[in-house]
Design a protein around this ligand. Structure first.
Ligand code: ZN
Length: 452
């Protein structure tokens, strides 16, 4: 499936990924690694050639159905594979790579992929970093269940999305194998190594909660971890059951809040008692946990559908903050509408970001903009104003239920909303999602958007 116009390089056509096995082996100093990708895929037609996404690592071997095969890489991140014999139906492609892992903070390194600093490794892929680690089909529309194997120095711990299946402990290296049974988009992959301790707790209906926390800061951080349990319960009241087999967090010194599936990346300094209070970290945790429904379980079909992730996570963050901090959602929405207004649309309409407007370093962050976050939240608020709170809530529940563990588009959201409301909401929602100027806010004729 094509990445669409926002990221034409990402994702691949001609096949569907059925299962992904990702194995990463680090050296003792974590300065280099080798990695093996084994994808089981289903060809949608007979393929004499197909692509994976890979940008940077050196390829050492490519095999299709066990047979060594011809390949080449391109500068824009395609690994072009020409199997000895055309593939049809189900096939297995295996790619071995090796790569250096320079310090992530010392500069000159893109802030995506595996990031090493000070004896830790963490992963920030969103949106296009997985291809910088190993060969993948790097698009959420091609997500599939994953087995993730990490071999790291025995003196350190390691963690990934999914449940720990087994540990093979050696004197110098230890391998841990994790399995995520639900589909995992490569942008949500987490591979972590460091001096941390893993805590296990039980959430609502005995949901597994798992926290990987710096061992040196365990006592400082542990009390704040219950915000994950609180967030799950808060969101389950509105959306129904948590859409995964576990929730929790990988807390690291470098951090960078990111909704890596079932294992949200969080910054250690923001999770200490002082950091937590100063940063309002509980609302950030709520936002990231909301992504387990919006983005992780229901993944965007195209990157231009990003507002479905960030608009929803921002919307529920505002709802939560209203209960917690008294900042009324209505006031927050009015502020965004009147102070940001059409400035929100500087990179294009909410559901149609224009890649040409993402210049320089920002190109790697497309389509992450205020339009996706605040614009998406405003659209949802407008919908709630139009159909009423109870119908809006029914739409939300239908959405996360209908597309659970799946992929969906803006058109799918419009269809779901219209089905549930029993009226065609297409013209109304499109007037927000594809507008060049913010439309009037239902129920608030006195609100005046800043115009461009
Ligand atoms: Zn977010």
């Amino acid at each position: 499936m094509s990445g669409g116009q926002v990221w034409p390089q990402l994702g691949n056509s001609g096949y569907e990924v059925v299962d992904q096995q990702l194995a990463v082996r680090f050296n003792q100093r974590l300065t280099a690694y080798t990695a093996t990708t084994t994808l089981t895929a289903r060809a949608t037609s007979t393929l004499s050639r197909f692509d994976l996404d890979l940008l940077g690592p050196k390829v050492t071997d490519v095999r299709v159905n066990g047979v060594r095969t011809a390949w080449k890489t391109t500068v824009d991140g395609e690994l072009v594979i020409t199997p000895a014999r055309p593939v049809r139906n189900r096939f297995v492609v295996r790619v071995d790579v090796l790569n250096d892992l320079p310090d992530a903070v010392e500069g000159g390194r893109p802030p995506f992929g595996l990031l090493r600093h000070d004896g830790w490794v963490q992963t920030i892929n969103q949106p296009a970093g997985a291809r910088r680690i190993l060969a993948v089909s790097d698009h959420p529309a091609q997500k599939a269940p994953a087995t993730i194997s990490i071999t790291a120095p025995t003196a350190l711990n390691s963690i990934a999305n999914g449940k720990l299946l087994r540990t093979l402990k050696g004197t110098t290296y230890t391998t841990r194998v994790f399995r995520e049974q639900r589909k995992l988009a490569t942008e949500l992959l987490q591979i972590g190594v460091g001096p941390f301790t893993v805590l296990h707790r039980k959430g609502p209906h005995a949901l597994d909660l798992r926290y990987a926390v710096p061992t040196a800061q365990l006592a400082d951080i542990e009390p704040q971890l219950k915000s994950f349990d609180t967030s799950v319960r808060f969101l389950e009241r509105r959306l129904g059951r948590f859409p995964g087999t576990e929730a929790g967090s990988f807390v690291t010194p470098l951090g960078g809040e990111l909704e890596t599936q079932g294992l949200t990346l969080m910054t250690a300094s923001a999770m200490t008692k002082d950091g937590f209070e100063q940063n309002g970290t509980d609302a950030v945790v709520l936002h990231e946990v909301a992504h387990e429904w919006f983005g992780n379980s229901v993944s965007p079909k195209r990157w231009s559908d990003l507002w479905l992730n960030e608009g929803h996570a921002s919307f529920y963050e505002d709802v939560y903050a209203e209960g917690r901090y008294g900042a009324e959602q209505e006031a927050v929405m009015r502020d965004a509408y009147e102070k940001l207004g059409d400035k929100l649309l500087a990179n294009g309409p909410i559901a149609a970001p224009d890649p040409k407007t993402f210049t320089g370093d920002r190109a790697d962050y497309r389509p992450y903009t205020d339009a996706a976050y605040a614009g998406g939240a405003l659209t949802l608020y407008a919908l709630q104003q139009k159909v009423g709170a109870s119908t809006f809530n029914a739409i939300e529940r239908a959405w996360v239920h209908r597309y659970d563990n799946s992929v969906a588009s803006t058109a799918d959201f419009i269809r779901t909303a219209s089905d549930v409301a029993g009226t065609d909401l297409g013209p109304f929602l499109r007037s927000w999602l594809y507008a060049e100027h913010l439309p009037p806010m239902p129920g608030h004729p006195d609100w005046k958007p800043l115009t461009s």
